[in-house]
Ligand binder design. Structure first.
Ligand code: URP
Ligand code: ZN
Ligand code: ZN
Length: 471
């Protein structure tokens, strides 16, 4: 553990506050907050005048070393968490996948074994549950009570691979909700989408743009509505991952107005890009093959409105990187896998390192989000909804000293080769953004200092999570 550090005269911004103060970090936590604090010579002092002091980002939707069919996401826990740190994120929640072969508890243990040697920031896991029976429900209860895993992702898409049926989702909602946890749902009508994919391929439509054309917003809306009704019947909270369209959003807004505890995230790519990228047959478009696909500018308008008025509560990355070039750093069966058949392109895009800075630029600087709301969406509310708060997600006495010093006046131009992900592209290539992460502290230890990496593989810890704090 590093010695005490005082961040002097920074502008401290949390979800609710905005003030100039000194922040003393000691023994891994925020020890004191005050003005003109006198400290001994053993305390390292950092002058943060003119800079923001933010709680470390909490990204509750990332995929590292995730197996998707025959492909694997091209970030290890080591490269992905280092990239996250450079982007100002100090806690991630990744996934443990229940497979046909192993149990919920086996999946969690397997992911932990791989992560613990590699992570350089703190992490937790959602468990993806693909089938439900008595034993699975018992394991889920055990994971919540004894393993600190209190959220479970289920898919209404990808039939035959990860899709769970409505009864399975309902059973999970009922039990997990009653136990104080959260079911996170990937809402798309998988069987209809698979039919549309089959028909497109039979008609000879093989280029990446057909990924988007076969996953209509209406089928995201239908599944979202169905998920809400299942949660309502189960009397459980529900969380929708990667909401991309107004078709989905309108059901979320209505349900929230009815008092149903529905929560949802969107991702930076749905705010940064629209479906005009699919207006061609080039394979370059495979960069934008993520699920759900990018939607219209009108959908973007609705996403911003929902972010401002709290119908969307979280912005997570869904960082799910696959390389465009085959064999980059030895990764095989990446995007090129689908060069003759769009349905074989592994779904997902990178974004873990650019989340805060891109949202600061297009959200805060362009007047879409207040600074407090920016912090709330990227750190505080994800921490609350997934049982990490107040250890994570804020700057307060006693909270972990996960702190970002952010320069709002700096600019940077994004290039994939300067980022720390293994991925060989970024959707933001060449884009100049306002704002820059200057320093990052994990539990009081400086791990990013400008361009310099001071973190270490294995220094991150698994964070056992508690109950959902939805209200
Ligand atoms: O395209 C995406 N989002 N890939 C990751 C898997 C998922 O559905 O989150
Ligand atoms: Zn998903
Ligand atoms: Zn995902």
């Amino acid at each position: 553990m590093s010695g005490p550090t005082l961040i002097r005269n920074g502008r401290v911004i949390t979800a609710t506050d905005d003030y100039i103060a000194d922040v003393l970090m000691q023994d891994g936590v925020i020890h004191a907050i005050g003005r003109d604090m006198a400290v001994g010579e053993d305390v390292k002092v950092i002058d943060a005048r003119g800079l923001y002091v933010l709680p470390g980002g909490v990204d509750t939707h990332v995929h590292m070393e995730n197996v998707v069919g025959p492909s694997i996401t091209c970030d290890t826990f080591a490269s992905g968490t280092k990239a996250a740190a450079f982007g100002g994120t100090t806690t991630v929640v990744d996934f443990a996948l229940q497979t046909a072969q192993d149990s919920v508890l086996g999946a969690i243990a397997r992911a932990q074994r791989s992560a613990e040697r590699q992570v350089s920031i703190d992490y937790s896991l959602h468990c993806i549950v693909t089938r439900v029976d008595k034993q699975v429900l018992a394991d889920v209860r055990h994971a919540m009570r004894h393993e600190g895993v209190t959220s479970f992702k289920m898919f209404m898409a990808y039939p035959g691979v990860m899709m769970a049926d409505d009864a399975a989702i309902f059973q999970m909602l009922r039990q997990v909700g009653a136990d104080g946890g959260m079911v996170a749902l990937h809402a798309e009508n998988g069987t209809v989408i698979d039919l549309l994919i089959k028909e497109a391929l039979e008609a000879g439509h093989t280029s990446p743009r057909y990924h988007a054309l076969t996953r209509p917003a209406l089928m995201e809306g239908e599944a979202t509505h169905r998920g809400i009704r299942l949660a309502e019947l189960a009397e459980a909270p529900i969380y929708f991952v990667h909401v991309s369209s107004n078709e989905a959003l309108k059901h979320i807004v209505t349900a929230r107005d009815e008092g149903i505890p529905v929560f949802a995230e969107t991702c930076p790519h749905y705010l940064l890009f629209d479906d005009s990228v699919y207006d061609n047959d080039s394979f370059e478009t495979a960069k934008y093959v993520m699920t759900p696909p990018l939607r219209t500018r009108d959908d973007q308008k609705h996403l911003w409105r929902a972010l401002r008025y709290d119908d969307l509560q979280v912005i997570a990355t869904d960082h799910c990187p696959f390389c465009m070039k085959e064999n980059h750093l030895g990764y095989q069966l990446q995007k090129q896998r689908g060069k003759d058949d769009f349905s074989q392109i592994p779904n997902g895009a990178p974004g873990i390192e650019t989340r805060l800075v891109s949202l600061f630029d297009i959200g805060v600087m362009q007047g879409q989000l207040s600074l407090n709301r920016f912090v709330q969406l990227t750190s505080t509310t994800p921490a609350k909804l997934f049982g990490l708060f107040p250890k994570k997600g804020t700057i307060a006495v006693g909270s972990d000293a996960d702190v970002v010093i952010f320069d709002p006046n700096a600019t940077q131009t994004i290039h994939a080769h300067e980022l720390h992900s293994h991925c060989d592209y970024t959707l933001l290539e060449g884009r100049t953004l306002r704002g820059k992460v200057e320093k990052v502290f994990l539990r009081g230890e400086l791990i990013v200092d400008g361009p310099t990496w001071l973190g270490r593989e294995g220094m991150g810890r698994f964070v056992p999570r508690g109950e959902v704090r939805a209200f």
